[in-house]
Structure formats: structure tokens, C-alpha cells
Ligand binder design. Structure first.
Ligand SMILES: [Zn+2]
Length: 134
């Protein structure tokens, strides 16, 4: 067992290995494979197989610098997407109690309680004041 492990380590030396992008592509491919078992779509099967191959390609790739850069770009993109999803879910949760406005001067998103009538909103970022119905 130890010898097998050593041979595997030797094989993986200088290769990219598992990273966040490869792992996420693999998880998405698994989810698509689950959907594919019910839908039996050819294009979904092709997409699933391509995802698996891409993950394996990333793990075995010797161009580590390029894979690290791709992973870095992916992580930035993913964090932006997660931030937007978090904001959107919070907005959905607060829909009953709050209005969301955008500051006309700086674009800052502002949360204002509903049912207070016509109010003057002051942007905490730039100090701009504007009237809105809440
Ligand atoms: Zn502002």
C-alpha cells in the first residue's frame, strides 16, 4: 500500500492536482449527470462528459502556472457571483419590510423601511439627499 502511494505521489509530482475550479466543475457535472438520468438529453450528456474530462485534464496538467491563473480568475468571478446572490437573497427576504433604492449620485444601494410615507433618504456613502415614498 505504501509503495502504491509512493508511485502515485511520483506520478502526480509537477502536476496541478485538485483545485477549486476543477472540483466545482466536477460537482456541476455530477449535478448535471443526476438531471440527465431523468431527462435523457444528449446535449446534457455531452456537457457532463466534457466537465469530467476537463476536471481530469486540470488535475493531470503539467502547466501549473496557467492552471493557477485560471483558478485565480475563477475564484474572483465566483466570489462576485456569490456576493450578488447573497444580496439578491437578502433583498427577497426583506421584500415585505424594506424598499431598496439606488443613490442617484453614487449608485450606492440603500435599504429603507416600508410604510413610513414620503421620506428624505440620505446616502451614507456620499451624503446626497433625495425624496422617496417608503
Ligand atoms: Zn450616494
Amino acid at each position: 500500500m505504501n509503495k502504491l502511494y509512493q508511485r502515485f505521489r511520483e506520478f502526480m509530482r509537477g502536476r496541478n492536482g485538485v483545485d477549486e475550479l476543477g472540483r466545482d466543475v466536477c460537482f456541476v457535472s455530477l449535478a448535471l449527470a443526476l438531471i440527465d438520468t431523468f431527462s435523457r438529453s444528449f446535449s446534457l450528456s455531452v456537457l457532463t462528459t466534457a466537465g469530467y474530462f476537463y476536471s481530469i485534464f486540470r488535475i493531470l496538467s503539467r502547466n501549473v502556472t496557467k492552471r493557477i491563473n485560471e483558478n485565480r480568475v475563477y475564484r474572483i468571478w465566483k466570489s462576485k457571483l456569490l456576493r450578488k446572490l447573497k444580496f439578491f437573497s437578502r433583498r427577497l427576504r426583506d421584500l415585505k419590510d424594506y424598499h431598496y433604492y439606488t443613490c442617484p449620485k453614487c449608485g450606492q444601494k440603500l435599504r429603507v423601511p416600508r410604510g413610513k410615507g414620503k421620506i428624505e433618504v440620505t446616502c451614507p456613502k456620499c451624503g446626497h439627499k433625495f425624496d422617496r415614498n417608503s
